[in-house]
Structure formats: C-alpha cells, structure tokens
Design a protein around this ligand. Structure first.
Ligand code: NAD
Ligand code: UGA
Length: 466
C-alpha cells in the first residue's frame, strides 16, 4: 500500500477548509495543503488572528490553530501543491449554470474541468484524484478522459468521496460522521488499492464500519440523493404548515407526532420560511436536469416539486407580512433578525432572507437587518446579485445594524429569518416598548415563545400555527 505523505485540496471554501483542517489534525504525519485562486480567502485562512479565518463554524478556529503551519498549509501556489501531492481532493464550487445549455438547472462544471486540466498538466507522478465536490453522476468519466488525454503519461485513479457535512455543525459532522462514502473503480486492482488508501486515511478517526465503499456511480448519485431526500422532508413539512394554518392544527405538534414513528424519524421536520444554503436547490435542480436529459420526465417532475414548494413557502411568508400590515409596507420599517441561511454560519447563499427582502423591497418597504455573523458588505452583495436590482436604491431602503435592539427601534414589524439562539433570550418587553404600534412579529423559524409575545402585546405569526 502506498504511504501517503502529501495531500492537496483544491478549493479553500466551506468544504475544503474544514475538511482538510480535520484531516490534518487527525493525521499528523500527512502534510495537507489547501489551495485556492482566491488570494483574499487564502490570506484570511493564514490570518494570525484565528477569529478572522474566512468561515465561521463553531470549533473550527481551534482545529485550524492545532495544525496550521505544522502539517496544514493554505496557499495560492496551486501547481506546487498538485505536483507534491499523492492525493488531490477537488473541492471547488459547482453552482447552478447561469448561461447556455442547462441554464438555471445543470451544475456548472467549468471549475472542475479547470482543476482536471491543471492536475493533468502539472503531474509528473501517479496521483489519486478525489471528487469531494458534489457532482452530476458520471462526472468521473469526464475527469478520467481529461486526465488521460491531456496528461504527461502518469497514472490517475479517480475516487468519489462526497462530503455530507452541514454548515453550522461542520466540525462535529467531520469528527463523527454518520458515514464516509468512497466510490472507485472496484473492477480493477489499482482501483481497489486507491479506495483502500483513502479508507486508511479516514480510519485514523472513523470506525471502519462507518466507511462505505461502492462503485463510483453509486457514490456520485448517493450524494445528490441524500440532499434530495433531506430537502424533500423540509418541503413536505412546509407543505403541511400551510394546511395547518388553514385547519387549526399546529405544525410543531404534527411534526412531533409523526417524528416519533421510528420509520419516519424526528430530524429535519422543522417547518420554516424555506430551506436555503448553497446546495439543496442546486443539487435538486441538477437531479431534475439529469433526469430530464435521460428522458425521465416523471422523475424530474417529482423532484422539481420540492423546489417549487420551497419557493412558494418563501413567497407566502413575505406576502403574509404585506397582508398583515394592512396590505401595504411602503415606507414601513421592517426589522430582519437573521440573514444567514441557518444558525451558526456566516454563509448566506440562497438564504430565504434574500428572497423575502427582495419581495418586500419591491413593495417599497424599509428594511433593517441584524445578523450576529453576517457583514453589511455580504448582505449588499447578496442583493446586488439579484436581477433588476440597483444597489444605490437598495442602500437607501435597506440598512444593516450591529445592535439588535437598535435594529428594532421604531419598526412596525420584526421578521425572524434565521434561528440564531440569541433571539430567544432578548428582552422582548423592551423591544416592544420601542416599536411602533401595532407591533408585529413574524417568526419564520418558530423559535420564539409566541404566547409570551402575545401577552406583551405583539401581534404574532408563526409558521404552521393556528
Ligand atoms: P465554496 O464556494 O465555499 O469554495 C470553493 C472554492 O473553490 C472557492 O474559494 C473558489 O475560489 C475555489 N476555486 C474554484 N475554482 C478553483 C480552481 N480552479 N483552483 C483553485 N481554487 C478554485 O464552495 P463550498 O461550499 O466549499 O462547496 C464546494 C463543493 O462541495 C460544492 O460542489 C458543494 O456542492 C459541495 N458541498 C458543499 C457543502 C456545504 O455545506 N457548503 C457540503 C457538502 C458538499
Ligand atoms: C445540507 C445537508 O444537510 C448536508 O448533509 C450536505 O452535506 C450539505 O447540504 C451540502 O451538500 O451542501 P446545509 O445546507 O449546510 O447541509 O444545512 P442544513 O442543515 O441541511 O440546512 C439546509 C436548509 O434547510 C437551512 O436553510 C435550514 O434552515 C433548512 N432546514 C433544515 C429547515 O428549514 N428545516 C429543517 O428541519 C432542517
């Protein structure tokens, strides 16, 4: 078996950074170099002040501190890291295509292809190339073809090792994963050896019975399937939330009742303003695109409904704010508590807050945002990105506060968009006293004690509440 000395990971993002930090901590004999073309991101990973690393994740700064500059390195010198590595993880972004064939559905694989071409050009020794990014099933074929046809005659083994961490719990998920999945060329001896090499790395801290090995296509497709199933649970409970609101049932009670059935399980049944994040929507749309490309229209329609339901949930949350505030929010101040797509992360990609803000800005509302971890810069970037928005006008209508109490002063309504724990412990009486009346709270995460708020005098609205 090959003794692994050097690992390179291309992409220092939400997956590459935390994953490699944990590998470096658990495998002190292996040098791990994380490379990225984004110089600013690499500089932040190397910041002497560990609280300034670019990704906020509970516990991550300590893990990075443990190994950085010992056997964990962050660099922009991609070629040097590739050349030295025995194993190369590709962990670059694979967003939904915004142009050309498959626009709005297919995964954009241009960054993956660039990595493959660079690996082929630079490599002068045999390498194991690992797909860590989430990819359409059968991408390994394309990688193989590029590596074999544009390389220097060295041998490549391609493995699929999708990542299942969730943001906000990335470190805990990486330290004790439900499973590690490794797909490879099980039909050849070289393929099986490559699989075993990666198994041995994870076996430094993961129980062997939690490390699954499969053929490469099962591994690629399992990642898309896992995200589709998880997102489908959220859309399913959100569909029931609307029915609850019309019938007097309470979605939390329904979720608890069904979750106690061990066949259904209690996790991932929290009704919300809608799921966000960089992956659920993109991966389902990718699955829909793949299904359509294979002529499987019913399969495509089935999964597309999960995304349609999610868009509906975000829209109806925003529309309800307008309706409740006497059918107009023009010139009214609405405070957003939370902007991140979930708690304990500074990631805002596809956050429901962006869509709700867009809806309300089109109704000429004045929005004030408070989020404990998201910067004003990021919030404006998120809105600038939306079609038809003009940043100068947005800046007049939407402001960002760093003090939650100040953010709520003189506002007509508060909308909870992220489930940050701190929101539960605010002095809601004092917030009420400083708001315009009638004062409304729209809890898009069902985290607040609505009875207590009602007793203070608030008009309250939760999701799926009678
Ligand atoms: P990200 O955008 O945070 O990071 C990707 C990084 O890759 C960026 O910093 C970018 O500059 C860099 N990059 C792109 N092309 C490059 C190149 N040619 N050379 C060097 N660097 C390059 O993305 P992410 O959230 O880390 O996601 C990465 C992949 O992992 C995606 O496929 C995603 O679907 C998957 N994934 C994400 C999560 C998650 O929670 N974010 C979880 C599991 C899987
Ligand atoms: C998700 C999966 O959980 C990870 O396993 C996967 O690796 C990752 O996608 C990925 O491929 O990127 P993530 O998006 O980071 O992880 O976070 P989740 O905890 O899944 O939450 C996604 C969205 O669903 C959030 O907006 C969250 O608030 C929402 N959600 C989640 C609900 O509204 N209700 C729930 O019960 C659970």
């Amino acid at each position: 078996m090959q003794k692994i000395k050097n690992i390179c990971c291309i992409g220092a993002g939400y997956v590459g950074g935390p994953t490699m930090a944990v590998i470096a901590q658990k495998c002190p004999d292996i040098n791990v170099t994380v490379v990225d073309i984004n110089e600013q991101r690499i500089n932040s990973w190397n910041d002497p002040d560990f609280s300034k690393i670019p990704i906020y994740e509970p516990g991550l700064a300590d893990v990075v501190k443990d190994s950085r500059d010992r056997n964990l390195f962050f660099s922009t010198d991609v070629d040097a890291a590739i050349e030295k590595a025995d194993i190369i993880f590709i962990s670059v972004n694979t967003p939904t295509k915004t142009y050309g064939i498959g626009k709005g559905m297919a995964a954009d694989l241009k960054w993956i292809e660039l990595c493959a071409r660079q690996i082929a050009r630079v490599s002068v020794t045999d390498k194991i190339v690992v797909e860590k990014s989430t990819l359409p099933v059968r991408t390994a074929n394309a990688l193989k073809s590029i590596l074999e046809n544009t390389g220097n005659g060295v041998k490549f083994q391609i493995l699929s090792n999708p990542e299942f961490l969730a943001e906000g719990t990335a470190v805990a998920d990486l330290m004790a994963p439900d499973r590690v999945l490794i797909g490879g060329d099980v039909a050849t001896k070289e393929g099986r050896t490559a699989i075993q090499t990666l198994v041995d790395i994870y076996a430094n801290w993961v129980d062997k019975d939690r490390i699954l090995t499969t053929n490469v296509w099962s591994s690629e497709l399992s990642k898309l399937t896992a995200n589709a199933f998880l997102a489908q649970r959220v859309s399913s409970i959100n569909a029931m939330s609307e029915l609850c609101e019309k019938t007097g049932a309470d979605v939390n009670e329904v979720a608890r009742a069904i979750g106690m059935d061990s066949r259904i399980g209690s996790k991932f049944l929290k009704s919300s303003v809608g799921f966000g994040g960089s992956c659920f929507q993109k991966d389902i749309l990718n699955l829909v695109y793949i299904s359509k490309s294979l002529g499987l229209n019913e399969v495509a329609d089935y999964w597309e409904q999960v995304v349609i339901m999610n868009d509906h949930q975000k829209n109806r949350f925003a529309a309800n704010i307008v309706k409740t505030l006497f059918n107009t929010v023009s010139g009214k101040k609405i405070t957003f508590l939370g902007w991140a797509f979930k708690k304990d992360t500074n990631d805002t990609r596809e956050s429901a807050a962006i869509h709700v803000a867009d809806f309300l800005l089109k109704e000429h509302a004045n929005i004030v945002v408070y989020d404990p971890k998201v910067t004003a810069d990021q919030i404006y970037k998120d809105l600038d990105y939306l079609e038809g928005n003009d940043l100068e006008t947005i800046k007049k209508l939407l402001t960002v506060e760093t003090d939650p109490y100040k953010a709520c002063e003189n506002s007509h309504a508060i909308a909870v968009l992220t489930e940050w724990d701190e929101f539960k412990t605010y002095n809601w009486q004092s917030i009420y006293d400083n708001m315009l009346k009638p004062a409304s709270v729209f809890d898009g995460r069902n985290i607040l004690d609505l009875d207590k708020l009602k007793a203070i005098g608030f008009n309250v609205d939760g999701i799926g509440k009678p």
